[in-house]
Ligand binder design. Structure first.
Ligand code: JFZ
Length: 453
C-alpha cells in the first residue's frame, strides 16, 4: 500500500513538473479589422504555379536540382529559351471551382497564389507585358476565375508577387551605372502598374505576399520599398503586406534593428517554425512545403514527404504560438493536384472539420506549452475565455492537470463529441484534472475548457 502511494505521489509530482509558463504579451503592428481577419484565419494554402510546372524540375531530359520554381536560374537557362515554356502551358484540367472546394474542405481560410514568381510569367492578362497567360494555349485569365471561385466558397484571396524578375529587360539585380538606375526606375513603374492592375481588377484580394526582395537594387535602396508600400496603401487602404516588401539591410531583411518587421507581419518562417522563446511578438506566418524545398511542381520528389498529421501538428503549434500557417501545393501543368497533395488536403480537412474551432479565431496560449501538446484559446466578445487543449500524447497517469482551480472552470467538452460534457475534477491541491479518452486522435484530441469569467 505504502509503495503504491509513493508511486502515485511520484506521478503527481512528475505531471506537476509539466507546469505551464505564461507567454509574453503580444504586440501588433496593426490591430484593425483587416489584420484581425487575417489573424483569425490562421490557416492558409500557398499555391506556386507558373511555367516551371511545365518543366517539373527537368530541362532537356536532365534533372536540375534545387527548387523546381528556380529552374531558370539553377539550370542557367537563357530567359528567351525559358520563355518558350509558355507555348506548352496548357492546363486543360484546370477547374477553379474544384480548387476552391478543395481549399474549403481542407479547412484553409485563405489561399495565397503566385501571380508572378521570379520567372516573370503572369497568370493574369496583364496590360503591361506579353509574357502572360494569354501567350499560352490556355489563352485566357487564370486568376480571375480562381478569385471568384474562392470568394464563392468563403475562402480569402491573397496574392504572391515577386519583386525579383528574371524575364523583364529592365530588371537589374544591382544598380551600378546611371543606365541601371534608369532601367530599374522603369522596372519599378512596371511593378507598380502591375500591382495597381491586380488590386483594382481583383478587388477581393486582401493581402499581398512579396518575395524576391533580396537583390541589392531593391535592398540597398530602401526608398523603393517605402514608396511601394505608400503607393499600395493609397490604392487599397487596409491591404495587408508581409515583411518581404521591406528593404532592410542585407542579412537582416525581415525586420528593422529593433526586431519590428517591415510591412504588417513577419513572413520569415520559411519551412521552419519558431522555437519556444523565439516566437515573434508581432503577427507572423510560417510557410511549409510537403517535400524538403520544392514550392513549384517537380515530377520526382526525393526525401521525406510530410504527411497530413505532421502538417496538422505544425498548424497546431503555430496557432498555439499566435502565428498563421500556410501549407504549400505546386499544381501540375495540367491544372490538377498530385496525389500526395490531395491526400494532405483530405487529412487536414478531416481533422479541421471537427477541430477548426480550436484553430481559427483563436490566439496563442497565455498558459505556455505543456508537455502533452499545445494550448490555444478563444476570447469571446463578452470576454469569456475558452482554452483548447490539443493533446498529442498521453501523459503518464493518463490525466491532464491544469494550473486552474475548480471554481475557474465552467465546463469541458471533447470537440469530437461536442454535445455532451466531458468530466473534470479537482486534485488534492484543488487543481483541475481532466481524464482522457482511451484512444487519442492520431493528430490531436482537443478538449475545450470553458472558463468562468
Ligand atoms: C522564396 C522563393 O525564392 C521560393 O521560390 C519560394 O517562392 C519561397 C516561398 O520564397 O524563397 C525564400 C525566401 C525567403 C527565405 C527562404 C526562402 N527566408 O527568409 O528564409
Amino acid at each position: 500500500m505504502m509503495v503504491l502511494l509513493t508511486v502515485a505521489g511520484a506521478l503527481t509530482l512528475a505531471s506537476a513538473a509539466d507546469s505551464f509558463s505564461p507567454a509574453k504579451p503580444k504586440l501588433a503592428t496593426r490591430d484593425d479589422e483587416p489584420i484581425r481577419r487575417w489573424r483569425a484565419n490562421r490557416f492558409g494554402l500557398f499555391i506556386h504555379w507558373g511555367l516551371y510546372a511545365v518543366a517539373g524540375g527537368e530541362w532537356r531530359g536532365k534533372e536540375i536540382p534545387s527548387a523546381a520554381e528556380w529552374l531558370q536560374s539553377s539550370g542557367k537557362i537563357p530567359a528567351a529559351e525559358y520563355a518558350s515554356l509558355a507555348r506548352q502551358f496548357n492546363p486543360t484540367h484546370y477547374d477553379p471551382a474544384a480548387w476552391a472546394r478543395m481549399a474549403r474542405e481542407m479547412g484553409v481560410r485563405y489561399v495565397t497564389i503566385t501571380t508572378k514568381h521570379h520567372e516573370g510569367f503572369c497568370l493574369w492578362d496583364s496590360e503591361f507585358t506579353d509574357f502572360d497567360i494569354v501567350a499560352t494555349p490556355h489563352g485566357r485569365d487564370l486568376l480571375g476565375p480562381l478569385v471568384k471561385a474562392l470568394t464563392a466558397e468563403g475562402v480569402d484571396v491573397h496574392f504572391y508577387y515577386s519583386i525579383l524578375d528574371w524575364h523583364h529587360p529592365d530588371y537589374r539585380s544591382a544598380i551600378l551605372t546611371d543606365d541601371d538606375r534608369l532601367a530599374y526606375d522603369r522596372y519599378f513603374e512596371f511593378m507598380k502598374n502591375q500591382l495597381r492592375e491586380l488590386l483594382t481588377r481583383y478587388p477581393q484580394v486582401r493581402a499581398l505576399w512579396f518575395d524576391g526582395q533580396w537583390d541589392s537594387s531593391y535592398c540597398e535602396n530602401p526608398e523603393y520599398a517605402r514608396r511601394l508600400e505608400e503607393f499600395l496603401r493609397e490604392i487599397k487602404p487596409g491591404i495587408i503586406m508581409n515583411n518581404r516588401i521591406g528593404a532592410g539591410l542585407i542579412g537582416n531583411i525581415d525586420h528593422d534593428a529593433t526586431g519590428r518587421p517591415f510591412g504588417d507581419y513577419n513572413a520569415g518562417f520559411e519551412r521552419l517554425l519558431p522555437h519556444a522563446g523565439s516566437v515573434p511578438l508581432y503577427d507572423w506566418e510560417a510557410g511549409m512545403t510537403l517535400p524538403e524545398n520544392q514550392w513549384g511542381y517537380r515530377k520526382v520528389w526525393s526525401g521525406h514527404v510530410k504527411t497530413a498529421p505532421e502538417l496538422a501538428r505544425m498548424l497546431i503549434q503555430c496557432a498555439s504560438q499566435g502565428g498563421n500557417f500556410m501549407v504549400n501545393f505546386g499544381p501540375k501543368p495540367d491544372g490538377t493536384f498530385r496525389d500526395e497533395e490531395q491526400a494532405v488536403a483530405r487529412g487536414l480537412g478531416q481533422w479541421m472539420k471537427q477541430n477548426s474551432e480550436a484553430i481559427c479565431g483563436t490566439r496563442g496560449s497565455t498558459l505556455g506549452k505543456p508537455r502533452w501538446g499545445f494550448v490555444t484559446e478563444r476570447v469571446a466578445k463578452e470576454g469569456s475565455r475558452t482554452l483548447y487543449l490539443h493533446v498529442l500524447s498521453k501523459p503518464a497517469g493518463k490525466e491532464i492537470r491544469l494550473p486552474l482551480t475548480l471554481a475557474q472552470v465552467r465546463n469541458c467538452r471533447l470537440l469530437s463529441a461536442p454535445n455532451r460534457p466531458w468530466p473534470f475534477r479537482a486534485d488534492g491541491e484543488q487543481r483541475v484534472v481532466i481524464g482522457l479518452p482511451d484512444k487519442l486522435d492520431p493528430i490531436a484530441t482537443v478538449i475545450a475548457v470553458e472558463l468562468n469569467q
